[in-house]
Design a protein around this ligand. Structure first.
Ligand SMILES: [Zn+2]
Length: 551
């Protein structure tokens, strides 16, 4: 290949331009009716076609045939504009000519008629780089431009252009090119270049190009050189970009899902050894989780992700999957944020993967292991702040507890801090709630219930209507199982909702909490020393604000 792709495939007409349909439409209409503004400012990120568009307009204006929105591309003017050496089309890179002398020199001949063509066209790239004096010099010309002059400016940073200049230009924004459009453009380029490719490889390049056609084509040049004209493969591109294949990332996520922390770490270390940076691994994990979340929620992914490696997914309901993905995303995001603070990037990645592996959505296991609960006084690890303890896997609760292996003998529940009541009746209900000490939201549900009846193995409890959302089949099951393991073999739990607050443990505790300041106040009032002090200094006892309990 003698020419780089970005030059070889530089669009020569509006039709060949990638994306930018609304801008092109506006310009074509202006050309059709010969109502072109004397100064255009094209804004947009690098490599989206700003100077290319300026050259196409120059051809449209100076084509030998006529002013047209379809330049012939064959005449002398069109050809020399395309090659960038037309005498009346002056291309300036403002980045290298910022001084006022430069601008004056450029604008010196502005009042003379064009040499050969219809218009004298000034294409000034990166115009925001001009100095203030240069802008002032330019402004004079912009205020009263000669009929035969057109200005076409391009910038990546319009904020730096003085408003006086901005207001004299027609501003057109060129959008970044989306990934599928870029990818399909690369496909058509490679097909015409007769170079075989894997579509996923081109997707990866389009991804890395971040909306820039030029950047993407430069990467494609690199890829062709790397693959020596053979098939451009995903693996080769992954190596080239320092990114990882989707298969690897999905394997990492699958390991996290299976709580196989060791496998996740081993894979991550292998990837790091082959050149992947921990930051890019985390970034890709986030991209994949985002795609998975979109896939579950709205059945579409922003990119064609192949989720076939996540086989473990199908065993869970969409709600569980989504819950899990959101949590993992949150962990990965905070891992990415904290990465610069970790002693080494690899350590930061390790910790993030360990956190991810320690999580999974609620499983029926919760119901059978009621004693696996976060102790209220235990300090929680940072990410636990985002989640309720019921969403933690059983072995997550204490950092000191060794991880259970599947083959080890089953653990016996730790003794409850409360004594087991002798009977199950209205009087002992609150004691039962404290004794059972179930995990997370299940305990919350239980603490809000009041006693109704226990007849024929059916325990009926009452709950205020406003706590209705706490009831779930799984939680009821957990409560039943807990009673069963306490000798109530065939118990059934029924929870009724009412408009009134039952006499629940929660309610009683709220009452007790409200009583405390009252009792303290009473004690103070009866304190003789205090009374002496008050009478000596003519003081009064300030009444604390007392809250009324809510159930
Ligand atoms: Zn022409």
């Amino acid at each position: 290949m003698s020419q780089v792709l970005a030059r070889k495939w530089r669009p020569q007409s509006f039709d060949q331009l990638i994306g930018q349909s609304s801008t092109v439409q506006a310009l074509q209409n202006a050309l059709k009716h010969n109502r072109l503004h004397h100064a255009y400012l094209f804004t947009g990120t690098r490599g989206v076609g700003k100077t290319t568009l300026a050259r196409i307009i120059a051809m449209c204006l100076n084509c030998e045939q006529q002013i047209t929105h379809h330049p012939c591309g064959q005449c002398l003017h069109c050809q020399s504009i395309r090659k960038g050496h037309h005498i009346d089309v002056i291309e300036v890179d403002a980045a290298s000519r910022t001084k006022v002398e430069d601008t004056r020199e450029i604008l010196d001949n502005v009042h003379y008629a064009p040499n050969q063509a219809r218009f004298k066209i000034y294409i000034i790239d990166e115009i925001h780089m001009l100095s203030t004096h240069s802008f002032n010099a330019l402004l004079k010309t912009l205020e009263e431009p000669p009929q035969h002059v057109k200005f076409l400016f391009a910038t990546t940073d319009p904020q730096k252009i003085p408003p006086t200049v901005l207001s004299r230009c027609m501003q057109l924004h060129l959008e970044s090119i989306d990934m599928p459009t870029l990818s399909s453009h690369f496909q058509s380029v490679l097909t015409q270049e007769k170079i075989p490719f894997e579509t996923a490889a081109l997707d990866a390049i389009a991804h890395a190009a971040s909306g820039s056609v030029r950047d993407g084509l430069s990467l494609l040049d690199q890829a062709i050189a790397l693959c020596h004209g053979h098939t451009i493969t995903t693996d080769a591109i992954s190596k080239m970009l320092g990114t990882l294949s989707e298969t690897h990332i999905q394997s990492l996520i699958t390991h996290a899902f299976n709580q196989s922390a060791q496998q996740a770490l081993e894979l991550a270390h292998t990837l790091i050894q082959t050149g992947a940076h921990p930051a890019s691994i985390l970034k890709q994990i986030l991209h994949t989780l985002h795609a998975i979340a979109c896939h579950i929620s709205i059945q579409t992914s922003p990119a064609p992700f192949d989720l076939s490696h996540l086989t473990t997914f199908s065993t869970h309901t969409p709600t569980q999957q989504l819950e899990w993905v959101h949590l993992l995303y949150q962990i990965a995001l905070s891992g990415q944020r904290d990465l610069p603070f970790a002693p080494t990037p690899q350590q930061g990645l390790d910790i993030t993967l360990l956190r991810m592996s320690a999580l999974m959505p609620e499983t029926p296991e919760e119901a059978t292991l009621p004693w696996h609960q976060t102790e209220p006084n235990k300090p929680l690890s940072t990410f636990n702040n985002h989640i309720s303890s019921s969403q933690l896997p059983p072995h997550q609760e204490t950092q000191n507890t060794p991880k259970r292996s599947p083959t080890s003998t089953p653990l016996t529940p730790p003794p409850s801090q409360h004594e087991k009541p002798n009977t199950l009746c209205a009087e002992t209900w609150h004691q039962w709630v404290e004794y059972l000490a179930l995990p997370g939201m299940t305990q919350s549900l239980l603490a809000h219930t009041g006693w109704k009846t226990y007849q024929d193995n059916v325990l009926t409890l009452t709950l205020h209507q406003k706590h209705h959302a706490l009831i779930s089949e799984k939680r009821t099951q957990t409560i039943e199982n807990s009673f069963k393991s306490n000798g109530f073999e065939s118990i059934t739990i029924v929870i009724e909702t009412h408009d009134t607050s039952p006499d629940s443990l929660q309610h009683r505790k709220a009452l007790e909490a409200a009583e405390k300041p009252k009792k303290a106040l009473k004690a103070l009032e009866q304190d003789e020393t205090l009374q002496t002090l008050l009478s000596t200094f003519d003081g009064t006892l300030k009444q604390p604000e007392l809250k009324t309990p809510s159930s």
